[in-house]
Structures are given as structure tokens and as C-alpha cells.
Design a protein around this ligand. Structure first.
Ligand code: SAM
Length: 241
């Protein structure tokens, strides 16, 4: 029987069709991208990477991947070891990512990961509040970083990112909201295991982030993403007017 566009493909044909479609991600769940990243890292950081990718699992990563532009200059604020720059750079190789983080050791490893994978990203050691950053950027993303910035400085950081974006550019924030309270307590205990008890952690309810971004001229959309663990994940896509 001749096949036309309305004929469903034979089940055995689906894999090869998906692999050759220009529209679909080249692999499901990004597991090959993650494993390539892990292989470039020393033992401790590799373990951390596996934990981090099990927290920001495919459900979250796919949402964020689609919200970011597929090319152009993208700023990764609080890039850490550059795990997500390496992920988003593999899913869309025309993304030119600049990462910034005050931890010079992490920045060095982030550069190493990018160089090993041939991604061409650039990483800078510095604080997003005052480090020299040359815009404009087509997008910026901030993954689990805003609550590490003191509450009094958060608005200024968002204002700075807005001014670094092109008109219509996207600011993507992934953070933890404060509701439900047990979810916040669960997350804070894990954060404390990483940063200790002295660093101030400044979480906000996602409505408060929405109002702040709106007041700074962004068009805002927010989704809460459920998890098997009680992390109250929230993803905020803010578009600069
Ligand atoms: C929980 S880690 C997240 C790292 C990375 N975004 C990820 O998702 O794996 C928080 C990161 O924010 C960075 N950070 C904290 N304060 C910052 C600031 N003022 N400017 C830039 N980065 C900052 C920390 O050094 C740390 O690497």
C-alpha cells in the first residue's frame, strides 16, 4: 500500500524518523548530553553533576530549553561548574554562552567542560552585581541562584540583567518558591548542607518575583513544575519590553 502524509508510520520506522526530523531534539531525556558532561569532570564534581541533573531533571530542562532562543548570546548567571551551559550548548550548538560566577575554581572547571566538548563558551569569575559584562544578550538564565543573592540586592540584579538584554530578550529564572512551607524547609536543609549556616538565603514566593519583574517592565509567565521530591520548583520566563 502506498504511504501518504496521513498514514501513521510503522512502529519500527519511528526511531529513524525522529532521528532525522529537523524539529525534534536529537535524543530523548538528554541522557547522552549529560553523560558527555559527566565524563569531563573529576570524581567529586562528576558526582555533584549527577545529583544536579537528577534534581533539574528532563521535565525541567526541556521546559527551559524551549524557552531559551536556539542561537545568539546567552548569559548564564551563577554558572557554577557550567553544567547547564554545557547541556543547553549541546542541545543547540548555535548558542554562545557567557557564564559568570564568583567561585574561580568552578569557573575554571566550567571552561574546561566547554573546551573538552568543543562548545566555545566563555566563563568569567565575578559577581553579577558588579562584574564588567558586555551586552547585549539575547537571553539570560539564572538557575537556582537568585536565592543566594541577598534580598536587598535581588531587584538590582534583575534590573542589571534587563539592561543587558536586547528588547524582546528573555530572562529565565528557575528558583524555589516558598509554598508549600515543608517544600521550602526540605530545600533549605539541602542548600544549607552545601553553603553552611552563615550564608543568608533569600527565597521569595513566586508571586513576589512576578510583581518585581512586572514592575521592572518585563512581561512575565510562571509555571510551577512538580517533582517526585518535595522541591517547590518554579520556572519564570520574563520578556524584556
Ligand atoms: C546552587 S548553585 C547553582 C549553580 C548552577 N546555576 C547550577 O544550577 O548548577 C548557586 C551558584 O550561584 C553562585 N552565586 C552566588 N552569588 C552570586 C553572585 N552574586 N553572582 C553570581 N553568582 C553567584 C554560586 O557561586 C553558585 O555557583
Amino acid at each position: 500500500m502506498a504511504s501518504d502524509s496521513t498514514t501513521p508510520p510503522h512502529p519500527r520506522a519511528r526511531a529513524s524518523i525522529a532521528a532525522h526530523s529537523p524539529f525534534e531534539a536529537s535524543e530523548v531525556f538528554g541522557s547522552e548530553a549529560v553523560s558527555r558532561i559527566a565524563k569531563t569532570l573529576p570524581f567529586f564534581e562528576r558526582t555533584y553533576a549527577k545529583i544536579r541533573f537528577s534534581i533539574l531533571r528532563p521535565k525541567l530542562l526541556s521546559v527551559m530549553d524551549l524557552l531559551l532562543p536556539d542561537s545568539g548570546r546567552i548569559l548564564d548567571v551563577g554558572c557554577g561548574f557550567g553544567l547547564f551551559a554545557a547541556y543547553f550548548g549541546q542541545t543547540q550548538p548555535n548558542r554562545h554562552i557567557v557564564g559568570i560566577d564568583p567561585d574561580a575554581r568552578r569557573v575554571k572547571l566550567a571552561q574546561h567542560v566547554s573546551d573538552e566538548l568543543g562548545l566555545g563558551h566563555r566563563f568569567i569569575a565575578g559577581d553579577v552585581r558588579d562584574a564588567p559584562l558586555e551586552g547585549p544578550f539575547d537571553a539570560a538564565y539564572v538557575l537556582d541562584v537568585m536565592h543566594h543573592i541577598p534580598a536587598a540586592d535581588q531587584r538590582g540584579v534583575i534590573e542589571r540583567m534587563r539592561d543587558l538584554l536586547v528588547p524582546g530578550g528573555t530572562l529565565l529564572i528557575k528558583d524555589i518558591t516558598t509554598d508549600p512551607h515543608y517544600g521550602l524547609v526540605f530545600t533549605e536543609l539541602l542548600d544549607r548542607a552545601m553553603v553552611g549556616w552563615n550564608e543568608p538565603l533569600a527565597y521569595r514566593h513566586h508571586h513576589a518575583w512576578g510583581e518585581m519583574l512586572d514592575g521592572l517592565g518585563f512581561k512575565v509567565r510562571i509555571v510551577r513544575v512538580p517533582d517526585v521530591l518535595p522541591y517547590p520548583h518554579v520556572v519564570i520566563a520574563a520578556t524584556r519590553a
